[in-house]
Ligand binder design. Sequence first.
Ligand SMILES: Cc1cc2nc3c(=O)[nH]c(=O)nc-3n(C[C@H](O)[C@H](O)[C@H](O)COP(=O)(O)OP(=O)(O)OC[C@H]3O[C@@H](n4cnc5c(N)ncnc54)[C@H](O)[C@@H]3O)c2cc1C
Length: 549
Amino acid sequence: MTVRTGSPAWRARASEDRPPDAPPRLGESRGRHQRCGVVPATSQSGVEPPTVERMTTRSQTTGTTETTETTETTETTLTTGSAETTGTVAALFEALSRTIPAKRLITDRDVVASLSADDAEWAPVGQAALALRARSESEVAEAVRICADLRVPVVPRGAGTGLSGGANAVDGCLVLDLSKMDQVVEIDGDNLVCVVQPGIVNDDLKAILHEQGLWYPPDPASAPWSTIGGNVATNAGGLCCVKYGVTRDYVLGMRAVMGGPAGYGNVVRLGRRTAKGVAGLDISGLMVGSEGTLGIVTEVTLRLRPAPKGTPRTIVGAFGSLVDAGRAVAAVTRRGLTPSALELLDHECLQAVEDWKHLGLEADAQVLLLARVDTPGEGGADEARAVAAAFEEGDPLWALESSDDAEAETLFAARRLAYPALERLGPVLTEDICVPRSALPTMLGMLVEIAARHGVRMATIAHAGDGNLHPLLLTPPGDDGAREAAQAAFEEMLDGAIALGGTVTGEHGVGLLKRAGMERELDPRSLAVQRAVKQTLDPLNIFNPGKVL
Ligand SMILES: Cc1cc2nc3c(=O)[nH]c(=O)nc-3n(C[C@H](O)[C@H](O)[C@H](O)COP(=O)(O)OP(=O)(O)OC[C@H]3O[C@@H](n4cnc5c(N)ncnc54)[C@H](O)[C@@H]3O)c2cc1C
């Protein structure tokens, strides 16, 4: 497998751990599903490294209109490659190694570079001064205190699976890798609460909890690789969010190393661990989705649920077009149904997964909808029938409940693997728009039209039940024209979502890629309030500068 610069751990793990052994072909076991004429995908090998634009600290830290004096200090001190930078790197290393074991500090340029980017295509990447693989909250606190003294930006990262450039280095920064702070601190089954360090991987936490009959629901498709800290910082969504909510709904409280009024490098306890609590402003809630711009999350208190019992039912619908599938999804919502997952993937995704993993998938349809119903007993059977009936409003080629668990699991595995499978074909620019569910058919039609007008090859996956669409814009490696066309289509898709009352990012966050789109979406006064919050909590602008705002 080709590994790109800044490639996160999940790529390696994807090939080692995933997917499950190939189960029977779709429809083969009982012949219930129609067989599918496979549309061959163009398989290309050799993925070029993404174009890396050197991001100057100036462009990252000035943002739009507001530049603070301290920001200017950071800019002038950290001009990459200058004598000042060399001096700052040495001073930073020297200061950090006074109190933090030197083995935690990474200076090797290649390793630092590999920790300097997330998985977003074409988001600018700066040159970090060095990286720190923190092992404890006190190391994080010490690092932040020193960085504040030296006016060095701090860019936190979990697993680097982000898709908006949020974890990308800025010039002269300290990359603060939290992935080794991965312990479960406490599991309190009596109160359905657990306390974890930020670096624990989502699926690893799920597995530990499962042994105790407990469940942490948020399940981004990156759950085998992404960390709880990254999930909290991006307010990650996922497949089951349509019924069970997003990360925010499970964060009761946290500990964070903050700055500003708390003093840089001090640990602040935020939120609560009780089921209810309104003592003061919800700063813990503010930290959720703040993408590392307000401080570093060092511990999280999570709400849990009892582990689900029984096997969910899977309903599969095959459609001739994205718009038809969108009509079916809108019908599910309109009928008041709440499946525990309602995902969409098109034939391009299925084909890419099949070419890679040989799961035995075939698809004669342009689009598949996968719904899950986890209500036990007869109620679940009724619900599954109702979902299949709602699918009929989209004129499906067929819509059926699967009675083969292995087959159903394979389809969901294909959904989760779609993104890495497509990445093998070349650079992928990932959208993350979210629209009201009634507007889904219109938005899906718009996507097809925009992609066609720009001559961009598009594959589509979606948390369709949430109205959260991920059109994936595929470009041949090294084709600048295709890249520009994809970027133009990307921006038009954002405008389309805004026009329909939607948002430019449903779950991936703003990072670097959605900053312009966010400015088009939000009321200027709302932006001013956000900048004031950032200025108050991080007046030195050292926490992930230039991201989001
Ligand atoms: C194959 C694939 C599938 C995906 N599917 C989904 C999906 O279904 N739903 C979804 O929401 N996202 C999805 N994503 C995007 C990504 O996985 C999520 O955004 C995830 O939450 C990022 O976690 P991470 O540990 O990789 O964080 P990173 O990418 O390392 O960081 C993400 C952001 O969080 C900040 N951050 C990280 N740790 C901390 C911390 N401890 N304190 C403060 N800030 C911190 C970083 O600075 C950055 O801004 C997917 C990505 C891939 C590659």
